[in-house]
Design a protein around this ligand. Structure first.
Ligand code: FNR
Length: 413
């Protein structure tokens, strides 16, 4: 395919193909705060490390003489035709990696046809991302705000930009204990980064105006007013006066940050709340962040259209099960009734093949494309995607398969 040829002869001097070299190059290119935020995870980084190490628990057993001269990566999910079982996962605060953030990622999505999942914590409003994407499939990732008018508004906007599905991320109703960020005293949202979906939203703006009218602007929220999720950061800000909002000069920007910190997400959601979302929209609903087979069963009971097995790249629960180890039992529980997607730990095309062999219908890419973004903007993201697809295509053929449908557990030793 064109992607394969480009991948081989394209940007390889700037964007390494070897996964650890890619990460190292990005590390050198990024500020220490940006690197900590993107590469880091919760606590002792145990789950971050387990996510990639656990791929070693599964070994491929290649088959010979199966005529794999012509191969096909295309697949269909949620009614969307995709060039490969791969999407750009939702990653917030991309301006940490590149000033043009989602604009660059969307250009790479468009160039390759790989669908993009647009984050609620994006650095660019979803309408602008949608324009950059052209006809490329897009999904919208929702964090369920404390303020229902914002939830409803985000859903309507996601519909209006032609989202093919709504991805509801369940695992980040509070931010995890992100030790590297805490030690640097760095929370991007507290500096007004990654809140473009909010500041471009009419419902959110109304709340900010209310806050300003109520005399709240410019007042750092007291530790008791802040959700538990952000208390550690608030206390950090009290120890480093001014840090919470020190780069926000205007009262309006401060009020926006403070309002965001108040409404970000809800920890009191229960399974029945999904039924309200189901009534709110006809978009396919995909739950992201499931790790337990029992939760997959509940997701099916509530009529969702897909699930994403994920532990948020080890950023939430330190010591959580490696995502790839959680995949097989969830696939068994779902038993083909709805698509099961996978993320957390995909670093190569060979990793994608293993996830597919364990029963995933598609995978989402996270950190690796952010590294490409940091190194070379859209071209860097495109190079990372092309490397993934080239290796997937080669590996597929080398294990003896011609298409994604032919990949199954029998490939695993
Ligand atoms: C994320 N992830 C994420 N997920 C989500 O649903 N909404 C978001 O805004 C973000 N933001 C975010 C920022 C950064 C810097 C990272 C690294 C991750 C999680 C993401 O979608 C995905 O689950 C993980 O990135 C998968 O882990 P790996 O493969 O990147 O290690």
């Amino acid at each position: 395919s064109a992607i394969f040829r480009k991948g081989l002869f394209g940007h390889r001097s700037v964007v390494p193909t070897e996964p650890s070299a890619l990460a190292e190059a990005a590390h050198r290119a990024m500020s220490k705060e940006a690197w900590a935020y993107v590469a880091g995870g919760a606590g002792q980084q145990r789950t971050v490390e387990a996510n990639t190490a656990a791929f070693d628990h599964y070994r491929l057993v290649p088959r010979m003489l199966t005529n794999v001269e012509s191969r096909e990566l295309r697949t269909t999910l949620f009614g969307v035709d995709m060039p490969a079982p791969l999407m750009l996962g939702p990653v917030g605060v991309l301006e940490l990696a590149h000033p043009r953030a989602e604009h660059e990622v969307a250009a790479a999505a468009r160039a390759t046809g790989i669908p993009m999942v647009i984050s609620t914590q994006a650095s660019v409003p979803m309408e602008e991302v949608a324009e950059d994407l052209g006809d490329t499939p897009r999904l919208y990732q929702l964090y369920w705000s404390k303020d229902e008018s914002i939830v409803e508004s985000f859903v309507r906007r996601a519909e209006a930009i032609g989202s093919d599905a709504l991805v509801v991320t369940l695992d980040t109703h509070m931010l995890g204990w992100r030790t590297r960020d805490l030690d640097l005293g760095y929370l991007p949202f507290a500096r007004g980064l990654g809140i473009a979906q909010y500041t471009s939203d009419p419902a959110f703006r109304a709340l900010v105006e209310e806050r300003i009218a109520g005399g709240g602007a410019g007042v750092r929220p007291g530790i008791r007013e802040i959700p538990a999720a952000l208390r550690a950061v608030a206390s950090m800000a009290q120890h480093h006066p001014g840090k919470l909002v020190d780069n926000l000069r205007s009262g309006q920007a401060r009020a926006a940050v403070e309002t965001f910190l108040d409404v970000f997400s809800r920890s009191d959601l229960i399974w029945d709340d999904l039924d309200r979302l189901r009534e709110m929209t006809d978009l396919p609903i995909v739950l992201k962040g499931l790790q337990a087979p029992e939760d997959a069963r509940r997701a099916l009971e509530h009529g969702v259209d897909g699930i994403i097995v994920s532990n948020h790249g080890g950023r939430q629960v330190d010591g959580a099960i490696a995502s790839i180890d959680a995949l097989p039992s969830i696939v068994d529980e779902v038993d083909g009734r709805i698509p099961v997607l996978f993320d957390s730990g995909i670093r190569s095309g060979a990793d994608i093949l293993k996830a597919l062999a364990l029963g995933a219908d598609a995978v989402l890419l996270g950190r690796p494309y952010v590294y490409g973004l940091a190194l070379a903007g859209a071209a860097g993201v495109q190079a990372v995607l092309e490397h993934m697809l080239a290796e997937l295509d080669l590996s597929l053929g080398l294990v003896g398969c011609r298409s994604v449908d032919e990949i199954g557990r029998e490939l695993l030793g």
